[in-house]
Write a protein that binds this ligand. Structure first.
Ligand code: GDP
Length: 196
C-alpha cells in the first residue's frame, strides 16, 4: 500500500541522483506505453508522473520517495520516432549508466503495451538488460483496451520471445491504469523487492 508519494528530484546526470541509501525501483518503456498513468495509478496520485511527455523535451531521471522508505524512479521513455540521433544517444548513455551503476537498484519494470504484437524495440531493450545483468520484470499495460483472450495471447507471444533472452521467464504483471487491474499483485511484488 502506498500511503505517501513525494517528488524528490529530476536529473540528466545519473551521478547526481540522490544518495543510494534506499531501495530503488525503476519504470521504463516506449513513449506512450502508459508509464505515467501506471505510476499515478499505483501511487494513488493523479498527477505525480506527468503524462504525455512530448518528444524532444529534456529527458530526465525522476526520483520519487515512497512511504519515506524507497525510491520510485520514472525513467524517460524510448522509441520516439521523431527524435534525432543525438538525443537518442544521450538517452542511451544516460539510461545505460544509470541502470548499470545504480547500486541500490532492486528492479526495473519494463512496460509493454498489451495491445501489440511483440515489438523489436522492447525485445532489444530487454536483451540489453539480460546481457548487462539488470534485473528486469515486465508490466503489460492497457489490459482494459481489449478482451482478456487477446491480452493473454499477446502476453504469451511476448513471453515466448523472451525465452531467447532469459533462461528463466521474467516475472510479469498485467495491468490497467483505467480500472486499477493488477495494482495489488504489483505492489505486493514491489514490497518484497524493497524489503530484501
Ligand atoms: P507514457 O508516455 O508512457 O507516460 O504514457 P501515458 O501514461 O501518458 O499514457 C499514454 C496514453 O495512453 C494516454 O492517453 C493515457 O490516457 C492512455 N492510457 C495509459 N494507460 C492506460 C490504460 O491502462 N488504459 C487505457 N484505456 N488507456 C491508458
Amino acid at each position: 500500500m502506498i500511503k505517501k508519494a513525494e517528488f524528490v528530484v529530476s536529473n540528466s546526470d545519473p551521478s547526481k541522483c540522490p544518495k543510494p541509501e534506499r531501495a530503488e525501483i525503476a519504470f521504463i518503456g516506449r513513449s506512450n506505453v502508459g508509464k505515467s498513468s501506471l505510476i499515478n495509478m499505483i501511487t494513488g496520485k493523479k498527477d505525480l508522473a506527468k503524462t504525455s511527455q512530448k518528444p524532444g523535451k529534456t529527458q530526465l531521471i525522476n526520483h520519487f520517495m515512497i512511504n519515506d522508505q524507497w525510491f520510485l524512479v520514472d525513467l524517460p521513455g524510448y522509441g520516439f520516432a521523431k527524435v534525432n540521433v543525438k538525443v537518442k544517444e544521450g538517452w542511451g548513455n544516460m539510461i545505460k549508466t544509470y541502470l548499470t551503476k545504480r547500486s541500490n537498484l532492486c528492479g526495473v519494470f519494463v512496460l509493454i503495451d498489451s495491445r501489440l504484437e511483440p515489438q523489436k524495440i522492447d525485445l532489444e531493450f530487454l536483451l540489453w538488460c539480460g546481457v548487462n545483468g539488470v534485473p528486469a520484470a515486465l508490466i503489460f499495460t492497457k489490459a482494459d483496451k481489449q478482451s482478456k483472450t487477446k491480452t493473454n495471447q499477446n502476453v504469451q507471444k511476448f513471453l515466448k520471445k523472451t525465452e531467447e533472452i532469459f533462461e528463466e521467464a521474467p516475472d510479469y504483471f498485467v495491468t490497467s491504469s483505467e480500472t486499477g487491474f493488477g495494482k495489488e499483485s504489483l505492489l505486493d511484488f514491489i514490497d518484497e523487492l524493497v524489503k530484501e
